[in-house]
Design a protein around this ligand. Structure first.
Ligand SMILES: Cc1cc2nc3c(=O)[nH]c(=O)nc-3n(C[C@H](O)[C@H](O)[C@H](O)COP(=O)(O)OP(=O)(O)OC[C@H]3O[C@@H](n4cnc5c(N)ncnc54)[C@H](O)[C@@H]3O)c2cc1C
Length: 374
């Protein structure tokens, strides 16, 4: 194997693969090498995600990135993008906040509709709506199959000429990276796209990257009867949310606000019964007969303001970051790949102004908040 590359991408998950794909698709002529330590992707967030895709954010950069990503997912059936909608339910407690969000989202160009309770009943007739006052729907939103989308971007990148090697990067310096098996690989540019492990990887270049791994748990259940339609992604005001999966199943999530940071996988089955199920049954009574099939945990890659980092290091101009998406990186991956391709090839963003997602905002202590996080 050649021990030089023009760009080395550390991490072959959906972000790293999308960067490789976009670079080559955009005409980059150099050698693109993706170093992935685990080609089975057993612990990769991309493979463990829920797959939700929504334009409903509160900042222009996030909305525009997902809009771009939606247009890409729509083009490629291999990602199995189901545009079933993203439905936030509102009760008295969160309605004002959601209405404010609606106004801001509309003013920023997000596709989003305000629903009455009667509209909600038409979409999901089995919901208990007596405590609801309305909702917000992103009609073009929905979910992809995360593994299918990951496979798609990797396959496309490889077809266009990216090389993937199975190795762990141990050290990063100007002009080279060092892998456990491959030894020194000379390169002009290094991209850190290592998901929840990005801070550990950046440390190998002597750089502090504020990204912390935090476990998120998901459960898959079989529906109590053959359901006649696919659910949108439904977000209950209490936080539990679900989407349809294949084989008459649903995938369910509920973020645990006090989950301790750290690298932990697996799930707590009792959490399903004690924390998820009561809320689910309250919202949709037939869910009392859901059959739990499988639960798992994967890592969110949290930054202090829960937004991603898409940037080049201000002093080490050969080092790039595409990480820290804090639980919404899958839906941002097509846009992130495109923006990184632009930054690497031309030195600036063209498709979306991603400057709010700079690396140095943390150094300046100017965090970038977007209230629409689940
Ligand atoms: C349970 C769960 C649900 C989620 N739901 C959603 C959702 O609904 N919508 C959404 O948009 N996002 C969701 N996310 C977030 C999304 O999965 C991530 O933001 C996204 O997958 C990040 O992609 P990535 O390629 O950066 O990271 P990863 O997929 O984790 O890939 C990083 C890769 O880097 C490799 N790596 C690490 N260190 C090294 C090293 N030293 N050398 C070589 N390789 C290395 C790892 O092996 C890994 O494969 C969810 C995440 C989880 C865990």
């Amino acid at each position: 194997m050649s021990s030089t590359a023009d760009v080395v991408i550390i991490g072959g998950g959906i972000i790293g693969s999308s960067i490789a794909f976009n670079l080559l698709q955009d005409g980059f002529k150099g050698r693109v090498l993706v170093v992935e330590r685990d080609p089975s992707y057993q612990f990769a967030s991309s493979a463990l995600a829920m797959g939700g895709v929504r334009q409903q954010f509160m900042s222009s950069v996030n909305i525009r990135m997902v809009q771009y990503s939606v247009s890409v997912f729509e083009q490629f059936p291999d990602c199995q993008f189901r545009q079933r909608g993203y439905l936030f339910l509102a009760n008295e407690a969160n309605w004002k906040k959601l209405q404010r969000r609606f106004e801001i989202q509309k003013s920023l160009g997000a596709e989003c509709t305000q629903l009455t309770v009667a509209d909600i009943r038409k979409l999901v007739p089995e919901l208990r709506c007596d405590d609801l006052v309305g909702g917000l729907l992103g009609p073009k939103d929905g979910y992809v199959d995360p593994r299918a989308a990951l496979r798609f971007f990797r396959k496309k990148a490889e077809e266009l000429g990216a090389t993937y090697i199975s190795d762990e990067v141990q050290k990063i310096e100007k002009g080279a990276i060092h892998g456990t098996k491959s030894g020194r690989i000379a390169t002009d540019r290094v991209v850190i796209a290592s998901g929840a492990f990005s801070a550990a990887v950046a440390e190998r270049a002597g750089v502090q990257l504020p990204i912390t791994p935090v476990r998120q748990q998901l459960f898959r259940c079989t529906l109590p009867r053959l359901w006649a339609y696919e659910f949108p992604v439904v977000i209950d005001p209490g936080g539990v949310h679900w989407r349809s999966d294949w084989n008459n199943e649903i995938v369910i999530a509920k973020t645990k606000p006090d989950e301790l940071p750290g690298v932990r996988f697996g799930c707590d089955i009792e959490r399903f019964y004690e924390d998820f199920l009561p809320d689910l049954v309250r919202r949709l009574p037939e869910f009392c007969d859901l059959k739990l099939v499988f639960g798992w945990g994967g890592l969110y890659e949290m930054t202090p303001d829960h937004n991603g980092i898409i940037d080049r290091h201000p002093e080490m101009d050969w080092l790039y970051f595409a990480a820290g998406f804090s639980g919404h990186g899958l839906m941002m991956s097509p846009a992130t790949g495109k923006l990184m391709s632009e930054l690497i090839r031309t030195g600036r963003f063209q498709t979306v102004d991603a400057s709010p997602l700079s690396f140095s905002r943390f150094r300046r202590n100017e965090l970038f908040w977007d209230e629409a996080m689940i």
